[in-house]
Design a protein around this ligand. Structure first.
Ligand SMILES: Nc1ncnc2c1ncn2[C@@H]1O[C@H](COP(=O)(O)OP(=O)(O)O)[C@@H](O)[C@H]1O
Ligand SMILES: [Mg+2]
Length: 332
């Protein structure tokens, strides 16, 4: 994005940025039309479309081995599920083989990926508690053939407690996913585990198999609250259960570059986590929030929207950073 963009702030890229509703988005389009191509709104729309075209022509590098992300933040409503499904869909649309594991009893990731998840549907619960192979419960996403979802049903609600008395309780997901990746999941490029808003056994299971943590942060008051606890948990997991785990990626979600608060929080996050925080932020977009009600991600629901463009750019950044890391460690 060019430096003269009205929403750009130091080191931050943003598309859209306003807190919109449907009527607002429609009237924005008319306003842009009325005001001509020089209005900030029109410039923003033109820039979003230019960026969309640029991204649609770009090739995203594929990793040489499966990258497994635990998408965590014990705060609810910060954009974990939205980030999981949209980044996964954007990567899959670029030809990557992607699996989303829904590890939240609410099953929101399953909804967004169009996966059946009524109570009783074979799901992550059966994998974790009854040793059912993951391949048997995974569903193909109707919109994107290289995207798969292991759904969560409400049955998972008791799993945090039920798992306590199970053998290798912290390793249930690890064992199931390892088995999948030695068999039908051999060609997976990415696995994203959408965690519940707590640091219980489900989240712990995700951290034990993941190599990377992806933390969405909403730029609002208390954004950093709880992050200390999360980091302590990561350190504990790294020490005792999974030395490979790294907090690799932070995404700023529902970012509104027009408010001082969002800019201040973004600045604070970047100063604490300069390496981890992606340059690309995700704006609020009504298209993003309505997409799940169509059983879709915003990537297929409205590829021209600011949210779809931003999440595709996030996916590109994640893919590129993976390639750099491989080059640095001499894997490529
Ligand atoms: N970029 C965005 N624009 C508009 N709404 C969003 C955006 N990201 C998330 N939301 C909405 O915010 C709410 C919380 O997001 P969600 O991804 O479910 O958070 P979490 O999984 O952390 O609980 C949802 O209603 C979602 O649709
Ligand atoms: Mg969620």
């Amino acid at each position: 994005m060019s430096n003269d963009d009205p929403n750009a702030t130091g080191g931050t890229q943003s598309y859209g940025g306003a807190d919109r509703d449907v009527s607002r988005e429609t009237s924005d389009a008319f306003a842009a039309f009325d005001e001509g191509e020089d209005s900030p709104l029109a410039r923003e729309m033109i820039e979003t479309e230019r960026r969309r075209r640029e991204l649609s022509e770009a090739d995203f590098p594929h990793p040489s081995r499966t990258r497994i992300f635990a998408v965590t933040n014990q705060k609810g409503g910060v954009g974990k599920t939205t980030t999981t499904v949209n980044v996964a869909a954007a990567l899959a649309q670029k030809g990557a083989n992607v699996l989303v594991i829904d590890a939240d009893p609410q099953g929101n990731a399953s909804t967004a990926l169009g996966a059946e998840h009524r109570s009783g549907t074979p799901s992550i619960y059966d994998v974790l508690l009854d040793d059912v192979p993951m391949a048997r419960v995974a569903q193909q996403c109707p919109d994107i053939p290289t995207l798969w979802c292991v759904p969560a049903t409400i049955d998972l609600a008791g799993a945090d407690i039920e798992l306590v008395s199970v053998v290798r309780r912290e390793y249930r997901l690890h064992d199931a996913l390892q088995k999948l990746m030695k068999g039908p999941g051999r060609g997976l490029d990415y696995v994203f585990i959408d965690c519940p808003p707590s640091l219980g056994l489900l989240t712990l299971n995700a951290m034990v198999i993941a190599q990377e943590m992806l933390i969405p942060i909403q730029c609002e008051y208390y954004a950093l609250e709880g992050l200390t606890q999360l980091i302590k948990t990561v350190d504990m997991v790294r020490k005792h259960l999974n030395p490979e785990l790294s907090l690799s990626t932070i995404v700023l979600t529902m970012f509104d570059a027009r408010t001082n608060l969002a800019r201040e929080v973004a600045h604070e996050v970047r100063s604490h986590f300069p390496q981890q925080t992606l340059a690309q932020t995700v704006p609020r977009s009504v298209r993003v929030s309505e997409a799940p009600s169509f059983g879709r991600t915003v990537i297929t629901h409205d590829p021209h929207s600011s949210g779809a463009v931003a999440y595709t750019a996030v996916a590109q950044e994640i893919a590129e950073r993976g390639r750099h890391q491989e080059q640095e460690s001499g894997q490529a």
